[in-house]
Design a protein around this ligand. Structure first.
Ligand SMILES: [Zn+2]
Length: 269
């Protein structure tokens, strides 16, 4: 990292940008972005070279990144070093926040708010995906539970409950989704990933989630029969076991539970 990049990076991480989670050296398509805010789809490139050939390459790169839906803000090393505040204001503008209108305290509060709002919206979208998978299980005659694994806003694993069809007592939705995600990543650990599942995970699935180093789990309906996140036992609260994952329940719990209720009512007929 050059001095200019280090200076900019320190400022991006500090204070008023903290709600936007910039990342360093992020691979996007065939390129490595210098700094990227994935949620806002903004890339900040810091460039030293100004030769004609380099410019051509940079333009091509910008073109490809924009095709991936990113906004690209290109700043020269000298600018980032000498006019850091100006560069930060440019970034604010790209993020659509009028920097001058916000006091530091207010801007921090707003960042937190919008980050939480964003997270809530994203959670719902991904839980709906899990619900779609649960319905696939339902159509296959399985207890309707669905799960997805998400990394950096993209689904990398999907699964629905299928122990009957697969002749496999471990074929719960979470396990199926974890397997697909791990294969996709080429890694048996899945740091930085969130798992969404329509039903409270059982003891086996909580175990698998912890082994996989999943960062966050969002589940829908509680499971009074085998739920291991508080309903029957609470493995998530065992400090010696769980160093990694945060668990949140009740997301779209009505819809998730309704699907199960209808399934069991149909079977009793
Ligand atoms: Zn399970």
């Amino acid at each position: 990292m050059t001095d200019a990049e280090r200076k900019l990076w320190q400022r991006l991480r500090a204070g008023r940008f903290s709600g936007y989670k910039f990342k360093r050296q992020v691979p996007i398509g065939a390129y490595i972005a210098d700094f990227a805010c994935i949620s806002a789809k903004l890339i900040v490139e810091v460039d030293g070279g100004q030769h004609l050939k380099q410019l051509e390459r940079d333009n091509l790169r910008t073109f490809h990144l924009e095709r991936e839906g990113f906004q690209v803000l290109r700043v020269w090393s000298d600018d980032a070093l000498v006019r850091t505040d100006e560069v930060l204001n440019m970034i604010w503008q790209k993020l659509n926040v009028p920097a001058a209108a916000l006091s530091p305290a207010l801007s921090r509060a707003r960042e937190r708010e919008s980050a939480m709002e964003d997270a809530g919206q994203h959670d719902k979208v991904f839980m709906r995906e899990a619900l779609t998978l649960a319905r696939q299980g339902n159509d296959a005659g399985e207890v309707p539970v669905g799960a997805v694994v998400v990394k950096d806003g993209a689904i990398i694993g999907r699964g629905f409950n299928q122990p009957i069809g697969a002749h496999d007592p471990t074929a719960h939705a979470e396990i199926m989704a974890l397997r697909e995600a791990a294969a996709q990543q080429g890694n048996y650990r899945l740091p930085g990933c969130t798992l969404y599942v329509t039903l409270e995970p059982c003891a086996m699935c909580v175990g698998a989630i912890l082994h996989a180093r999943i960062e966050r789990v969002v589940f829908g309906a509680p499971d009074p029969k085998t739920g291991a996140c508080g309903s029957v036992i609470d493995l998530t609260a065992v400090q010696k076991l769980n160093h990694h994952a945060r668990f949140t329940g009740g997301m779209l719990a009505g819809e998730c539970g309704e699907l199960l209720k209808t399934f069991f009512a149909g079977r009793r007929k």
